[in-house]
Write a protein that binds this ligand. Structure first.
Ligand code: 1GP
Length: 247
């Protein structure tokens, strides 16, 4: 196990769950993004994720990673929507297969195209089953996903068990950025029973109560992007971070 995965495991020894703050490099404005990453770190976030399904400008993304890296100590993990999401200087990458995509490109082909650069850049790959829940979001559309219905926890659990049998150590249940619905605690609970690895949940999370419910259901990390992009919500960082980290 390499450094970032070890770090995540260690973080979980002292926290109920971890907060990952997502920075979409395409919506980012240089200095402001770095400030947001600093605020996230101060509030207790364990990781800054950089990427997103519609972020395709590698130059911008590399710049965002560089500027954040100079200012924060917590790891930067790439969250690629395509091979364009692989840029140097990040600590790790969610090396994801979109298991419920209808397009093999998002299951294995992009991964094969991207793998040599991940090695070249010395980035730690975190083997991740990426599961898109529901429909109508960018992740769903761009990834040609056959979205798992929100009210079908057993299907998500079956995919997660398959991921475990494949040897993947991370599952990411993705409702999609800005989704009106979040993944349900019922689905998180069902996946938790099926999957022993590190369980990430994201999409549409915008309050402490939802965060608490998802953590109590068994999530190891929650990803929040859209909500913290709005300046007026940034003062809620600590409250939500506390809800995630302590029961
Ligand atoms: C999207 O799960 C992440 O890929 C975060 O979603 O932007 O809705 O927080 P939000």
């Amino acid at each position: 196990m390499r450094a970032t995965e070890k770090y995540l495991r260690k973080e979980l020894e002292s926290k109920k769950a971890l907060l990952f703050v997502l920075v979409d490099s395409e919506d980012s404005q240089g200095a402001e993004t770095a400030e947001r990453a600093i605020a996230a770190e101060q509030a207790g976030a364990s990781v800054i994720l950089v990427g997103g399904s519609s972020a395709t400008n590698s130059f911008e993304m590399a710049e965002v990673v560089r500027s954040i890296k100079q200012r924060v100590k917590i790891p930067i993990i790439l969250f690629p929507g395509n091979i364009t999401g692989i840029v140097p200087e990040a600590d790790a990458i969610l090396f994801s297969s979109l298991l419920n995509s209808e397009n093999p490109y998002y299951i294995t082909q992009a991964q094969a195209l991207g793998a040599p650069n991940i090695r070249k850049f010395g980035i730690e790959p975190l083997p991740t089953a990426y599961l898109v829940i529901g429909d109508g979001t960018s992740a769903w559309f761009v990834g040609s996903a056959r979205g798992i219905p929100f009210d079908k926890p057993k299907i998500a659990a079956a995919y997660s068990l398959a991921a475990q049998f494949f040897g993947m150590r991370f599952v990411y249940l993705e409702a999609g950025s800005g989704s009106k619905e979040t993944v349900t605690p019922e689905m998180v609970g069902a996946v938790r029973l099926a999957f022993d690895g590190f369980l990430i949940v994201g999409g549409g999370i915008n309050n402490a109560q939802t965060a608490r419910d998802l953590v109590r259901a068994g999530a190891d990390a929650l990803v929040i992007g859209t909500f913290f992009e709005q300046k007026e919500n940034q003062h809620k960082l600590s409250e939500i971070a506390q809800a995630v980290m302590s029961d």
